[in-house]
Design a protein around this ligand. Structure first.
Ligand SMILES: Cc1cc2nc3c(=O)[nH]c(=O)nc-3n(C[C@H](O)[C@H](O)[C@H](O)COP(=O)(O)OP(=O)(O)OC[C@H]3O[C@@H](n4cnc5c(N)ncnc54)[C@H](O)[C@@H]3O)c2cc1C
Length: 374
């Protein structure tokens, strides 16, 4: 790769695909290295905040073609089933990652983006250029690399990133079901050791996705037992599971989910999406953040090529914008997740919310962004 305006993106999930579309639209030659093929199901709550909609329009994503569900309300419950419902200040939509990522992939290809289906093994930065090696031994060179390889990857190990040195106690499980559930609602139900999100995606399918502490999970034989013995103690979840039929062969699971702080730029790579920091899924804002960070990175890379500014200035601009947009949200989410895992404080919070329901939308706002401005 010797062209002037080119970008190499490591990972083709939501952040990588969004940046690929944005940069391709601006005339930059993009190569995405993605280890999996599309379409593919992913462990995700699949609720996206409406804050992304104007940006999706600008990118010509045509999200309505995928017929997502429109979600306007949040139902939140404690482990014993005490429940409150609130309107979501901005609202959102439900779409499966299977459909969304596949759609974005096709759009990126139609804009001239190149996809390489290989696993990135190593990234070296030397003499103002990156050398990226994939598992089949191919070497890619590029002036700009975006890191979009998600929550946890072998690339994090190679880069010796801080968070990868620590064990994480969170695992997550997701499945699709058919059954009875309102179209316009996202349920967020607490159980001992975790939270479960329930909402509809396209085709009237219900997505049930939960995150659990490994300590709470490990004494159970499998996810079915865990659902029966632990999740179903929350009467809301019991009712949902009783009225839903699994349509996956078996649930998908992932482990070692870390919410630790990460750097937005590491080894000169601009990190986008979960690679720069994962917000707790109970906030339902990770995808909007992945999409938004891809926008910010695409803009600074474009101006780097246009104005021929220095690499130091490119990295400083990205870090500044990333912090401005996401740092407070991540802090608020960490604080909230900690509170909700402490039964006594959490029950005081719930009693307060039942008496003062207008407080819930205020909390939601703290963990969400404003509509993304073009
Ligand atoms: C349990 C759970 C529920 C969630 N629910 C919601 C929700 O309801 N709403 C919401 O907004 N957010 C939610 N999130 C967060 C959301 O899923 C993420 O923030 C979002 O997927 C981030 O996108 P990404 O592109 O950064 O990462 P990903 O979508 O994970 O993409 C990373 C890509 O990199 C590829 N990759 C990794 N390593 C390599 C390698 N070495 N070589 C090549 N390719 C590689 C992977 O195959 C993958 O395709 C949830 C997260 C969890 C864990």
């Amino acid at each position: 790769m010797t062209n002037q305006k080119e970008v190499l993106i490591l990972g083709g999930g939501l952040a990588g695909l969004t940046a690929a579309i944005h940069l391709s639209k601006l005339g930059i030659q993009v190569t995405v290295i993605e280890k999996n093929n599309y379409p593919k199901h992913k462990v995700c709550g699949e609720y996206i905040s409406n804050e992304v909609l104007p940006y999706f329009e600008w990118l010509d994503i045509g999200i309505s073609k995928l017929e997502p569900t429109s979600i306007k309300k949040l139902q939140f419950s404690t482990q014993n089933g005490t429940t409150i419902t609130a309107n979501l200040p901005l609202g959102g939509f439900g779409i499966s990652r299977y459909a969304l990522d596949f759609h974005l992939y096709h759009l990126a290809i139609s804009l001239g983006c190149i996809f390489v289906h290989e696993t990135v093994e190593n990234v070296v930065f030397e003499k103002d250029e990156f050398e990226v090696t994939t598992s089949d031994g191919t070497l890619f060179k590029s002036k700009i690399v975006l890191g979009a390889f998600g929550k946890r990857s072998t690339i994090d190990v190679k880069l010796n990133r801080n968070f990868i040195q620590k064990k994480s106690h969170w695992l997550a499980i997701k499945s699709h079901y058919i059954g009875d559930f309102p179209n316009d609602l996202v349920g967020l139900h607490n159980f001992e050791g975790g939270y479960c999100g329930v909402s509809k995606v396209e085709n009237n399918v219900i997505n049930i996705c939960y995150i659990a502490n490994y300590e709470a999970y490990k004494s159970h034989k499998n996810s079915e037992d865990f659902q029966k013995d632990v999740l179903s103690k929350n009467p809301n979840l019991k009712k949902i599971f009783e009225n839903a039929t699994l349509i996956f062969d078996k649930p998908l699971s992932i482990g070692q989910i870390s919410f630790d702080k990460k750097e937005a730029v590491e080894n000169h790579i601009l990190m986008i999406g979960d690679t720069a920091g994962l917000i707790h899924p109970l906030c339902g804002n990770g995808m909007a953040m992945a999409i938004h960070s891809a926008k910010i990175a695409s803009e600074v890379v474009f101006s780097y090529y246009e104005s021929k500014c220095s690499r130091t200035s490119l990295e400083e601009q990205y870090i500044k914008k990333w912090k401005f947009n996401f740092e407070k949200r991540l802090k608020a989410a960490r604080f909230l997740a900690n509170i909700l895992q402490k039964p006594r404080i959490s029950s005081i919070l719930m009693r307060t919310l039942v008496k003062l329901p207008f407080v819930l939308p205020i909390i939601i706002k703290k963990t969400h962004g404003k509509t993304i401005i073009i």
